[in-house]
Design a protein around this ligand. Structure first.
Ligand code: 2P0
Length: 343
């Protein structure tokens, strides 16, 4: 029996990936940036085992046997091919590429957090099997494999501040994640999640993206003009630890992503009235301070992730607590605090 374990964090995009230029390889229409949440919570941990005693490949997710989807099979095939190359070059290397795999993955965050787990899950799967197979590739190279499982998974190969560079090659080898800065770069950065709804979203990201690419006129403007500019500016704001700029670009991008969803035909709605009240509350707070001290961002669902600096925590929590939960009766949950590094 051969065995290896690895974990990977959930990531939340502050510059969103939305649109594929190649659906099969998950090649995006724009580059994106994420800031990874907490160090210890919000992670997927995966153990991969290879043994001649296994009759077939199996994947357990939170103790439940899951069917192996097309994307998982594609990633496993690529990992096996890389291991087979090693075995071919080095006859003394144990022959494990052809052994069946048992993959056991556990999320340490509750389903009720309303967070998508596929990004952390695919990243942890690729990490654990690459350790098992002793692949010599670095995390950026491995992110190319994680990306094929789920686009955003490539960013979960790193902690801290991460860019997914869209690349230009048709084989996708240059569409990979790179770390902009690690978690220690900006130690007073904090994040919290307002859990508006923990249920699964109505329109899956994959099909939502396709509707947008095919029907939205605003989308062309977004990928050709706004995102390339924001990518450069947001990276600089992170490197300069310029919270005001980082916050503004994060909110501008979230708003534009949801505008592009609304501009799709039929329109896609991810934010609800509670989400909108969080947006209003944060702008109200920032107006009081005459500069952004908090930033919201929403993914393909109604939950709100808020970024702020530690010194403003009390102001942010008390304002959101009053403005949002009193009005709408939903809890303000502080889930992840500092951005994470991967192990
Ligand atoms: C992101 N999202 O950048 C964007 C923002 C949702 C909104 O990446 O089809 O699950 O597996 O490549 O990665 C969600 O899409 O989609 C996503 P697939 P994925 O985080």
């Amino acid at each position: 029996m051969f065995e290896a374990t690895a974990s990977a964090p959930v990531n939340i995009a502050t510059l969103k990936y939305w649109g594929k230029r190649d659906v099969n390889l998950n090649l995006p229409t724009n580059s994106s940036i994420s800031v990874t949440l907490a160090q210890d919570d919000l992670r997927a941990t995966t153990t991969a085992r290879a043994s001649s005693e296994f009759a077939k490949d199996e994947l357990y997710l939170n103790d439940t046997l899951e069917p192996l989807g097309k994307r998982t099979l594609q990633v496993l095939a690529e990992l096996r091919a890389l291991r087979a190359e090693i075995e071919q070059k080095d006859p003394s290397a144990p022959k494990i590429a052809d052994l069946k795999l048992q993959i056991v993955s556990v999320n340490n965050f509750p389903t009720a957090a309303g967070l998508a787990s596929s990004a952390a899950g695919f990243a942890a799967l690729v990490k654990s099997i690459s350790l098992l197979y002793k692949l010599p590739h670095n995390d950026s190279e491995l992110s190319v494999l994680a990306r094929q499982g789920s686009g955003s998974a490539c960013r979960s190969m790193f902690g801290g501040y991460v860019a997914w560079e869209m690349g230009s090659e048709t084989n996708g080898l240059d569409s990979r994640a790179v770390q902009i800065a690690d978690v220690n770069h900006w130690p007073n950065m904090k994040a919290l999640i307002l859990v508006v709804c923990a249920e699964k979203k109505d329109v899956s990201s994959t099909s939502g993206m396709q509707i947008t690419v095919e029907t939205s006129g605003l989308f062309t403007e977004r990928v050709n003009t706004l995102v390339p500019e924001l990518f450069v500016k947001m990276k600089k704001a992170i490197l300069d630890r310029d919270f005001g700029s980082f916050a503004k670009y994060t909110m501008v991008d979230s708003n534009q992503f949801h505008a592009v969803c609304l501009d799709s035909y039929p329109p896609i709605f991810y934010m609800n009235d509670v989400s909108k009240s969080a947006v209003r509350a944060i702008h109200e707070l920032n107006d009081q301070y005459k500069e952004p001290i908090a930033a919201y961002t929403f993914d393909a669902g109604p939950n709100c992730v808020v970024y702020y600096l530690e010194e403003n925590e009390e102001a942010v929590l008390s304002h959101l607590g009053q403005a949002v939960s009193n009005v709408n009766g939903f809890p303000v949950e502080k889930m992840g605090s500092t951005p994470a590094s991967t192990s």
